[in-house]
Design a binder for this molecule. Structure first.
Ligand code: R5P
Length: 301
């Protein structure tokens, strides 16, 4: 398809490369660097005039900088004559600030969505975005909106690398039920349960495992994000108290701030795996195949 080109931003190039390969389309190049005063310089080196452009950039590992880079680039693509613009944002920043939890707070995701809306894109494709309070993302972001999941790709990895005999899938809180269900289905119909989580501070949570039976069973934990690691560390402790055997931890977005990774590595897990929506030492699973499935349909490939 000569009229389609994939471009990656500074936090999306690794996915853009794989996506172009899977789709069998051209891979272009965007230069991003800093001016001496800290402002961002961006130059699209590929000819995109008249082409359908797939632009990939993840908004984590410096979200504020990446938002500017992404919005400026998307705006310029239109200016350079792209016939369609499909924005793949594997990690959507600020999705958890989706309510005015305290008086006067910025509802960051709504402000960000307004900026995307102004660009009038042909599609936004994101992965396991925290969409708990935004029920109509198409309306808020002003374009076709696809919230895809990375859990199936994680399940393929688990199946390929581990035995799933005598295994139960656990989601660490109520919101994770959707991911636990998908993981359990993809692993051939395993049982799944969720734990109860109460968040005390940004780093501290209390986890209870009422009525969860994991005695002498292996466990696959699945959550959308590991940020400070608090949720997963407390979940593991609770599951071990209940007699769980081998534990595999899977996450879509391995943000892993501060000492989250060493904290988790000390726990003697059977495996700890994330996707590459956010690049990290545990990003062993590519998200590109999940994105490619939808783009193929959307672009008629
Ligand atoms: C919360 O709603 C998410 O699903 C994750 O459980 C949470 O973001 C993980 O954060 P942390 O690793 O800091 O506990």
């Amino acid at each position: 398809m000569a009229d389609i080109i994939v471009l990656g931003g500074s936090a999306g190039e690794h996915i853009a490369i794989k996506l172009a390969e899977i789709l069998g389309v051209e891979l272009g190049f965007i230069e991003v660097k800093k001016f001496p005063d800290g402002e961002t310089y961006i130059r699209v080196h590929s000819d995109i005039s008249g082409k359908r452009v797939i632009y990939v950039n993840s908004l984590q590992r410096g979200p504020n900088e990446l938002i500017i880079e992404t919005l400026y680039t998307l705006d310029t693509l239109k200016d350079l004559g792209a016939s369609e613009i499909h924005a793949v944002i594997p990690y959507m920043a600020y999705a958890r600030q989706d309510e005015r939890f305290n008086p006067g707070e910025v509802v960051s995701i709504l402000s960000l969505a307004k900026l995307f809306k102004a660009l009038d894109l042909d599609g936004i494709y994101t992965i396991d975005m925290h969409l708990h309070r935004i029920t109509k993302p198409e309306k808020v972001f002003g374009s076709k909106f696809y919230n895809l999941t990375g859990v199936r790709e994680l399940a393929k990895y688990v199946k390929k690398h581990h035995s799933i005999e005598n295994t139960v899938v656990i989601g660490p809180d109520e919101e994770a039920e959707q991911w636990a269900k998908t993981m359990a289905e993809e692993l051939g119909g395993l049982e799944y349960s969720i734990l109860e989580k109460k968040r005390l501070t940004a780093e501290e949570v209390v986890i209870e495992a009422k009525g969860v039976d994991v005695r002498d069973k292996n466990v696959v934990i699945v959550d959308d994000i590991i940020s400070t690691g608090g949720t997963i560390v407390e979940s593991i402790k609770a599951l071990r108290k209940l007699g769980a055997k081998d534990i595999i931890v899977t996450t879509v977005h391995p943000i892993l701030v501060g000492r989250a990774l060493p904290k988790l590595l000390r726990l003697g897990l059977k495996d700890l795996v994330g996707t590459d929506t956010v690049l990290s030492p545990i990003s062993k699973v590519s998200i590109a195949p999940a994105i490619a499935i939808v783009l193929k349909k959307r672009l008629g490939l």
